[in-house]
Design a protein around this ligand. Structure first.
Ligand code: IMP
Ligand code: MG
Length: 181
């Protein structure tokens, strides 16, 4: 496919994403054998990754969805995380895996983990497609990570800039000219 005019590089192609997402699903299947798992999708960025991932998990799973906001139309976290949509059901006694698109500062997941821990689940783990450790402002570590990436702003495969580019099939580096106008 031709490179979108607003991106400067493809970091991971559809094929590379598919292969890695399959491996993550297999790892979760192995680690939770015989257990039930609640897969929590963080809307909206993780939605495409989530739909692909859950179809590679061969376990008894249930689905739920949450939404947070911290970014607005910017490439840096505002530092303030808000829950804009809570889970639909209680998680007490359940194995929970939070599925995220990317860990940057770690503030979003730190906030969610703390919120969920107070609800007494059996376990909580984090599965993120991407990890940007250079952006970290907390001690948050992911349990299942697809790819560790350098400190660039990426879009596609669910990830957005100001709600755009989520539908690009590859993970791409956004051309800085788009946000440094
Ligand atoms: P954190 O709270 O700083 O870890 O940010 C997590 C959220 O920021 C992710 O769920 C994304 O929505 C967003 N984010 C961070 N880096 C990027 C990026 O490179 N592209 C798109 N969204 C990003
Ligand atoms: Mg997100």
């Amino acid at each position: 496919m031709q490179l979108h005019q607003d991106v400067c590089e493809v970091l991971y192609t559809e094929e590379q994403l598919r292969a890695r997402v399959t491996e993550l699903g297999e790892a979760i299947t192995r680690d939770y054998r015989g257990e039930e798992v609640l897969m929590v999708c963080t809307l909206r960025g993780a939605s495409i990754f989530y739909c692909d991932l859950i179809r590679h998990i061969d376990l008894d799973i249930k689905l739920d969805f949450i939404a947070t906001s911290s970014y607005g139309a910017d490439t840096k976290s505002s530092g303030e995380v808000r829950l804009t949509k809570d889970l639909s059901s209680p998680i007490a006694g359940k194995n929970v895996i939070i599925v995220e698109d990317i860990i940057d500062s770690g503030l979003t997941l730190k906030y969610l983990k703390k919120l969920f821990e107070a609800r007494n689940p059996k376990s909580i783990k984090i599965c993120s497609l991407l990890d940007k450790p250079e952006g970290r402002q907390t001690d948050l570590v992911g349990d299942y990570i697809g790819f560790t990436i350098p400190n660039a702003f990426v879009v596609g495969y669910g990830l957005d800039y100001a709600e755009r580019y989520r539908n690009l099939p590859d993970v791409c580096v956004l051309d800085p000219r788009v946000y440094t106008k």
